[in-house]
Design a protein around this ligand. Sequence first.
Ligand code: TXA
Ligand code: MG
Length: 320
Amino acid sequence: MHDTHAQLEVAVAKLRRGELVAFPTETVYGLGAAAFDEAAVAKVFETKSRPSTNPLIVHVASVDMARTACTEWPEHAQILAEAFWPGPLSIVVRRSERVPASVAAGGPTVCLRMPAHPLALALIEAFGEPIIGPSANRSGHVSPTTAEHVRTEFPDVFVLDGGPCRVGIESTVVDVTSNRPAILRPGAIGAARIETVLGVSLRNAPGEESIARSPGLLHRHYAPRTPTLLCEAWSEFDVPDARVVVLTQRGADVPKQFTAIHMPSDAEGYAALLYDALRRADAMGTELIIVERPSGPGDMSLWVAIGDRLERASAQDKHP
Ligand code: TXA
Ligand code: MG
């Protein structure tokens, strides 16, 4: 690896030429391109095989830069940015004309986030303009949390290596285009913290029906290729001869033909290792991945977000 400064120069030159650059954030690695460059945006959709109906997050290095991508910056956006930026919160506001319609899947809004990672911020600042950054994985597959994950997925893409991602699951997406904000994707920052700083109850707060959700967010998503089951305990399944890998928080009580991947007991540790564990499990080429439904100490909202990702990773898969 060359020094960081030289790596950044290469990355910025690529962005200026309309090429893609993968970059680290505190959540997962992003597949970056110049947000205001329609042709570069098209390359991102193509590289990921992403449906054009699924809009992209625009990454900024400051609130001033965020304002260049939207027509209005509501009070709620300002309060959230002051409380949580840089950090794992993406804020949906009204899109300015500078943002190509394709970034927003043709809609009137844009999703903005200032990531809490020194390399990501240095990249955006050096480039001087917003950078789109969907997770650097093929559409529907597990998000990458190390540079190595990205290289495995896209061998031809230049990757800025910032080490393993600290948070490990994607940002919370919150829509502030109406007076009653709504969470469209659960993430590391929970509903309760957002309600506290805004002083309003969210449209889909716990207990209210959760209707709002991000466009293009498929039920099956964040998914390994190996059939994946979510259950309370591996022992619910009688799979005598199958080769199985189990993500478990418990001691080594799994049968011999099972491979156990031991997961941390706390929410923060679990989230940080989840995607790496799913990718390792997938690479073992077994017939089945069993994930024991996790619980434990730590931030309850993070457990909610982890549960959301596990539901999607295991969606539509039937027990063989
Ligand atoms: O943590 C993250 O958010 C990571 C890192 C790289 O920043 N990025 C990420 O991007 O997860 P992606 O493209 O995998 O997920 C973007 C999410 C999708 O659920 C999408 O529907 C939602 O954000 N989204 C993007 N633009 C939106 C918009 N204008 N309105 C509503 N939801 C939007
Ligand atoms: Mg993604």
